[in-house]
Ligand binder design. Structure first.
Ligand SMILES: Cc1cc2nc3c(=O)[nH]c(=O)nc-3n(C[C@H](O)[C@H](O)[C@H](O)COP(=O)(O)OP(=O)(O)OC[C@H]3O[C@@H](n4cnc5c(N)ncnc54)[C@H](O)[C@@H]3O)c2cc1C
Ligand code: SF4
Length: 489
């Protein structure tokens, strides 16, 4: 708890974001930290509710309730309120390996589960989390701390996203020798090549990776397991293997004109963009340049928002975003979704920037793309949409096109950001002998063990495309499973 009467005395303050016009001029992070005393006041709003739900971390009908990492939120809120930042950091690091990532990119299901949020604005949690860890780094509280003893066991982690990094961190702390293999040229998975720099500065990813390396984790970037290293190599050289390979298969839109020049998967755009930014600040030209172009993003989720924000920074002429679903309501009654994180209408950072630059929200709802239109050279010049209506049929959502609502749009570039459809069916996974679920993810039990006893899986490859916070939680669970397995428990 914070101050007994804090929730009555103080209002929730909003996170500080840099001004949209200024922030689109560069690729720097758009968050700005709240001053320490303001954070103490926010911590004071944590109200000793008796039975907090903010830390429960469960899924209910696909919705997350509370923090999947079971962060001890009321405890560190109280410590921050009393200015005991070091202890707050110690408390936070008990449950979260990388608060500097979640504190920046997590959608904060904890705040949707805050009891104060039932009839007031919830306690500010995410901003306090990031402030604790940023201060801990500034103060030098995170010196390398390698394990005192080694077990002699060796574990291979395939994939270096948040699941792989959390798993490697935990296994290394337990004294096992850990090697992380990553096919990309930089470590970090979607933390590095997915989430854009303005949301998560890549220097922060490198800082954490360097710390893990100093503590003894071996990182091998540029190694594509299955090509540079076989399943047999893994079996021969390691006591256990953890697969944290993500769920990168994008959903396609196989309509007329799909192969025209100018129609790209969102991830091809975002990955190349960050790589070119980091390698050469775009001077190598190895990115999809949308300067002065008309951009259409198909898909209304976070990936689509990241495409909008990146296109604006590259100087696009216009940007429009199609969402096949209707606009979400502004509020959902608490009793309809008891303390769960629900999707309500939000203006995310990319849309806010587009509104500031172009004067209107770029989103168009209930919009289905029928076909892409090209010129004689095979390049995209536009597309055709039709409006849709949603009804309930046999207990399921059903979609119907509305006659007479067809519309043509000019477009030079289209980004497909319609979600992901599961893990890669790589040959080396077949060779290892792992099985899949009906959802095209790797099948695991509660200990994150696959059908092969010494092969484990964690994160998006077994959960499906999800969130950084879940990936860290899954990586920690897999590390526990591996540790138990290696100790013969
Ligand atoms: C554009 C985008 C924006 C997002 N924004 C957010 C956000 O704001 N907040 C949030 O919480 N979540 C966000 N997410 C989701 C989040 O990034 C993922 O849920 C999370 O990164 C999953 O972690 P992971 O470790 O399971 O896999 P990943 O991060 O996908 O990492 C998997 C890694 O495995 C590597 N790999 C795969 N196969 C091999 C192989 N054979 N050999 C070697 N390496 C291999 C891949 O190269 C990759 O680096 C976003 C996702 C995307 C796509
Ligand atoms: S990791 Fe996410 S859910 Fe957990 S406390 Fe932080 S912001 Fe909340």
């Amino acid at each position: 708890m914070g101050k007994v009467t804090g929730f009555i005395e103080y209002q929730r303050s909003l996170p500080i974001l840099r001004e949209p016009k200024k922030r689109v001029a560069n690729w720097d992070e758009f968050h700005a930290p709240l001053p320490g005393d303001a954070l103490q006041t926010q911590g004071a709003r944590c109200m000793n509710c008796g039975i907090p739900f903010c830390h429960v971390g469960q899924t209910d009908n696909g919705l997350t309730k509370g923090c999947p990492l079971h962060n001890l939120i009321p405890e560190w809120n109280d410590l921050v309120y009393h200015g005991r930042w070091f202890e707050a950091y110690k408390r936070l690091s008990l449950t979260n390996n990388f608060p500097e990532f979640t504190g920046r990119v997590c959608p904060a299901p904890c705040e949707s589960s805050c009891v104060l949020g039932i009839n007031e604005d919830p306690v500010m949690i995410k901003e306090i989390e990031v402030a604790i860890i940023d201060r801990a780094f500034e103060e030098g509280w995170l010196a390398p701390n390698p394990p005192k003893q080694r077990t002699g066991k060796r574990v291979a982690v395939v994939g270096s996203g948040p699941a792989g990094l959390a798993c490697a961190d935990e296994l290394n702390k337990a004294g096992h020798g850990v090697t992380v293999f990553e096919r990309a040229d930089r470590i970090g998975g979607l933390l590095m090549y997915g989430i854009p720099n303005m949301k998560l500065d890549k220097g922060l990813v490198d800082r954490r990776v360097n710390l893990l390396a100093e503590e003894g984790v071996e990182f091998r970037a540029g190694v594509n397991v299955g090509i540079d290293l076989t399943a047999e190599d893994l079996k021969q050289n390691f006591d256990a293997v953890v697969l944290t390979t993500g769920a990168p298969q994008p959903r396609d839109l196989p309509v007329e004109g799909r192969t025209l020049g100018g129609v790209h998967y969102a991830m091809d755009f975002l990955t190349a963009n960050t790589k070119s930014l980091l390698d050469s600040r775009f001077s190598d030209g190895k990115y999809i340049d949308v300067k002065d172009k008309k951009v259409i993003v198909i898909g209304g989720g976070d990936t689509g928002t990241d495409c909008i924000a990146s296109s604006l920074r590259l100087g696009c002429q216009s940007v429009t975003q199609f969402e096949i679903m209707p606009q979400m309501p502004e509020r959902i009654a608490t009793h309809d979704n008891w303390l769960g994180s629900v999707r309500t209408f939000q203006v995310d950072y990319g849309q806010e920037e587009a509104i500031t630059l172009f004067g209107s929200d770029p989103r168009r709802y209930n919009t289905l793309t029928r076909r892409f239109i090209g010129d004689e050279k095979g390049n995209l010049v536009g597309l055709e949409t039709v409006e849709v209506e949603w009804t309930r049929e046999n207990g399921k959502n059903a979609l119907r096109e509305v006659a007479g609502t067809e519309k043509l749009w000019e477009a030079d570039v289209v980004f497909l950001a319609m979600g992901f459809v599961g893990a890669e069916k790589a040959k080396f996974l077949e060779d290892l002998g792992v099985e899949y679920t009906d959802h095209k993810t790797i099948a695991v039990n509660k200990a994150k063990q696959t059908s092969v006893p010494n092969v484990f899986a964690a994160g998006d490859c077994e959960r499906g495309q999800s969130l950084v916070v879940w990936a860290i939680a899954d990586g920690r669970d897999a590390a526990k499973g591996v540790n138990d397995y290696l100790k013969g428990n």
